[in-house]
Design a protein around this ligand. Structure first.
Ligand SMILES: [Zn+2]
Length: 412
């Protein structure tokens, strides 16, 4: 038992040493030096356990225990894993926990002398967070053919570097970048273990949960235009101040979310000219909204829009609300999840079933592959911040759960 603990601590510590941000937390954005170091770490940890590593056409890394990529054989594959990239100043566990747990779980089975009956892969999906180019679950959606790389390669990060240039710098030919339907078609199951990004398990007093699905979510760009003018000499009655529209919008988002038991966030704002002694000319803001059902999300956005238009009318502003992305709700595979539930109960766990309002690679692939998720308790409930955490014992409960799942799905 203590061997597994040491194994986990060493493996997790190796990845956590990469991308420490001087400003706090961890920053491993896709196709940067930090990401490259994390990928090299993955390759060396996998190789040390006797696994064979390869990269698919969408840039995701696959570490194989028996068997290999799409072209090799007809055997259906069991995959576990998550992602190595982080948001800016993110936590140590988001993504990392699933990859580390997958490697340690497979290493544990190999150490016990278990033989796989079918190929098992530990996957590290590329650019899950979209922290650099603004396209989340990039690697999994390109792999599945849901995102067309042609639409993406010219997208630029905040320094003007395009996806194509970033891929080339990472040694990946942008021309060969694209889906791999044969590989996706071979997946019998994809199980993603992830740190919980909320306090569901804390409230329920359990270390590990099974995911049921992912809430529908979307992002809208709000542009409020008024008139720039002098902050001292312009009478209040003469102002067309878009900041007042923004204030109303933020409050409207909160009110609609509260009313509908959903969540809504205005987390990004651009102000023009962004000058302390000017009435602004224009304010752009982004609404991120998520709800249990698609219809509830529609209601939320409708209520938001109505409130913003009303505030714009009162303040002499023009208003534009443009959808930037919309992801439908995802239901994870019920049969696979039921099998995992039985498997975990046999190990003594009593996993509750929890939905999540966060996007994941397992969700991005759920339409094409039987996909399931395991969540590990997060005492702070916080994520995308350095405060995100998980107790070592809970992490080990997650690894043991994954060991049982891989054994059940692939080793008998
Ligand atoms: Zn994640």
């Amino acid at each position: 038992m203590s061997e597994l603990r040491e194994e986990f601590e060493a493996c997790f510590g190796g990845l956590a040493a990469i991308g420490r941000d001087p400003a706090g937390g961890w920053t491993r954005l896709a196709w940067t030096d930090e990401d490259r170091a994390a990928r090299a770490w993955f390759e060396s940890e996998a190789t040390a356990r006797g696994l064979t590593v390869e990269r698919d056409a969408a840039g995701n890394l696959w570490a194989w225990w028996a068997g290999s990529g799409a072209s090799d054989g007809e055997d259906r594959v069991v995959a576990v894993g998550s992602h190595l990239d982080t948001v800016r100043g993110g936590g140590a566990y988001d993504g990392a926990l699933g990859v580390v747990s997958g490697l340690v779980a497979v290493g544990e089975l190999i150490g016990r002398g278990v033989e796989p009956a079918r190929p098992v892969a530990v996957v590290a999906f590329a650019d899950e967070e979209g922290g650099r180019f603004g396209v989340p679950t990039f690697g999994s959606r390109v792999l599945a053919g849901v995102l067309d790389p042609a639409d993406l390669l010219e997208r630029a990060d905040q320094d003007g570097v395009t996806v194509a240039e970033a891929l080339a710098a990472a040694g990946i030919d942008p021309g060969g970048f694209g889906p791999d339907p044969a590989r996706v078609g071979r997946l019998a199951a994809l199980v993603e273990l992830h740190v919980e990004q909320g306090r569901g398990l804390v409230d329920l007093g359990q270390p590990v949960a099974l995911g049921t699905g992912i809430w529908p979510h979307g992002r809208w760009r709000l542009t409020l235009a008024g008139e720039a003018n002098h902050a001292g000499t312009t009478r209040l009655a003469d102002r067309r101040d878009p900041m007042l529209g923004l204030a109303a919008a933020v409050l409207a988002a909160r009110a609609a979310a509260t009313e509908l038991e959903a969540v809504a966030t205005v987390g990004r704002v651009l102000v023009e000219p962004n000058s302390a002694n000017s009435v602004p000319a224009r304010v752009s803001a982004w609404l991120d909204a998520r709800a249990e059902r698609d219809q509830t999300l529609d209601w939320l956005v409708t209520a938001f829009q109505a409130a913003v238009e009303e505030a714009a009318g009162r303040n002499g502003l023009t208003v534009e609300l443009t959808p930037e992305s919309r992801s439908p709700g995802v239901e994870l595979d019920r049969d696979l999840t039921a099998r995992l539930d039985a498997c975990l109960r046999a190990t003594g766990l009593e996993p509750p079933a929890l939905p999540t309002a966060a996007g994941h690679d397992a969700g991005a692939l759920a339409a094409a592959v039987p996909a399931a998720m395991l969540f590990v308790r997060n005492p702070t409930g916080a994520s995308h911040t350095p405060a995100e955490t998980a107790a070592l014992d809970d992490c080990l409960a997650g690894v043991r759960a994954l060991v049982a799942v891989i054994e059940d799905l692939a080793c008998r």
